[in-house]
Design a binder for this molecule. Structure first.
Ligand code: NDP
Length: 372
């Protein structure tokens, strides 16, 4: 796909009816499954008006059922497992058009809302482009479905479905390589782990602070599935020979990244629920009764970002170092997380004041100890 010339590329960007059907089926399935399949119901953070939203965390069930349904349909010849790999560009442009249409609809309905609650109150700056880009409402709903939660799920699941279709294509082509297997395994673990810990996402910045505009919708539905899978597309067209030490090193980067990422996020989650829970077998070091300063949170102020960056690197290393294209995701994530870490520090400095200043003295590094 990546080495197509423009004459082939442009026509294949025009969405066919089939790609529209794929998207419609996908969103209808996710919306219905999200509402009816069993899952732990989690209360979101307390919003400024004291209200709390409820999130049904059944993503893992929704995803495994979908993969099982698609697997059976593929076996029966009802759908082709290659549908995404063969129609990647069409699906990409259809998804982009969907993002534009849905955010225009959100803009119109948000402006006309008379709701005064924190989640639905309209925020209108008067600048049309700004409002469309950043969104009008915090947690808009459609048929009482929380659209933000739905889109976050759709993006992460979409990434796995694209990868599985790429895998099927490489098996069919006879080009399945060790690199492809490593890339697929690492991403699948990361995505499944995301849904195992889906409840943690209900307290992330995107869910609690960002309004639902083009920036977030595009990020969830287009950016995550289509750009995080670049390594897979690239491996379909490029052969890489990995040595045994390279495979071992790649696995070590993945495992260390996973341990730091999941360990740091879990420690913070547990600390917020019960600040007395031991960290690494010892009573936690707590600053001002509010901030955790031991475990991963005593090593650097955003060790979770460090783990995420190592994981991102491990998804690209199977592609070798002959091209920068497969390194798009880790490079993008590095820029995003450095920017996000700065914004988060500003927010925390304002919220925690002298407690935050004390935390900075105890834990001087932002992401990578002794470097940054
Ligand atoms: P964090 O999970 O790091 O949350 C930051 C918040 O945690 C702060 O605002 C503060 O909130 C609280 N906090 C900070 N330090 C402490 C401390 N020492 N003790 C207790 N609480 C603390 O940020 P994100 O929501 O940005 O990220 C969540 C995960 O998502 C991360 O692992 C990140 O890597 C990942 N992510 C992945 C992306 C991708 O594209 N792959 C993009 C963005 C994020 P409070 O005011 O509530 O105390």
């Amino acid at each position: 796909m990546l080495d197509m010339d423009l004459g082939v590329l442009l026509p294949s960007l025009i969405p066919s009816l089939q790609s529209v059907y794929v998207l419609v089926f996908y969103f209808v399935y996710l919306a219905v499954a999200g509402e009816i399949l069993p899952g732990k119901v989690i209360r979101g953070v307390v919003l400024s008006d004291g209200s709390q939203l409820r999130y049904r965390c059944n993503g893992l069930f929704t995803l495994t059922l979908l993969v099982a349904i698609l697997g059976i349909c593929a076996k029966l010849g009802i759908v082709s497992p290659l549908v995404v790999a063969d129609r990647g560009l069409e699906l990409l442009s259809a998804t982009f058009i969907f993002c534009v249409l849905v955010t225009l609809a959100l803009d119109v309905s948000g402006r006309s809302s008379l709701d005064k609650s924190s989640s639905l109150k309209p925020h209108v700056s008067g600048n049309l482009v700004h409002d469309w880009w950043f969104g009008i409402q915090l947690n808009p709903q459609f048929l009482s479905i929380d659209l933000k939660f739905l889109f976050v799920k759709a993006g992460m699941m979409g990434w796995l479905l694209i990868n599985l279709s790429i895998l099927a294509k490489s098996v069919q082509d006879g080009s399945l390589s060790q690199s492809m297997i490593l890339y697929q395994i690492f991403c699948a673990i990361y995505i499944l782990d995301y849904f195992v810990h889906e409840e943690y996402m209900t307290s992330t910045w995107d869910i609690i602070a960002e309004r639902l505009g083009f920036m977030l919708v595009f990020g969830d539905l287009f950016w995550i599935p289509f750009t995080f899978s670049i390594q897979g597309w690239w491996l379909l067209h490029n052969k890489v020979e990995l040595t045994v030490p390279a495979i071992v090193a790649n696995c070590l980067v993945f495992l260390t990244g996973y341990m730091v990422f999941r360990g740091a996020n879990t420690q913070k989650h547990i600390f917020k629920k019960n600040p007395k829970t031991p960290i690494w077998g010892k009573p936690p070091v707590v600053v001002g009764g509010k901030l955790l300063a031991s475990g991963f949170w005593g090593i650097a102020r955003h060790c979770n970002y460090l783990g995420d960056l190592m994981l991102a690197l491990s998804f690209s290393l199977p592609c070798g170092i002959s091209s920068p294209i497969p390194y798009f995701y880790p490079i993008y994530l590095l820029i995003l997380l450095i920017w996000r870490e700065r914004r988060d520090e500003e927010k925390c400095a304002e919220k925690y004041k002298e407690i935050w200043a004390d935390y900075l003295r105890r834990v001087p590094y932002r992401i990578l100890p002794y470097v940054y």
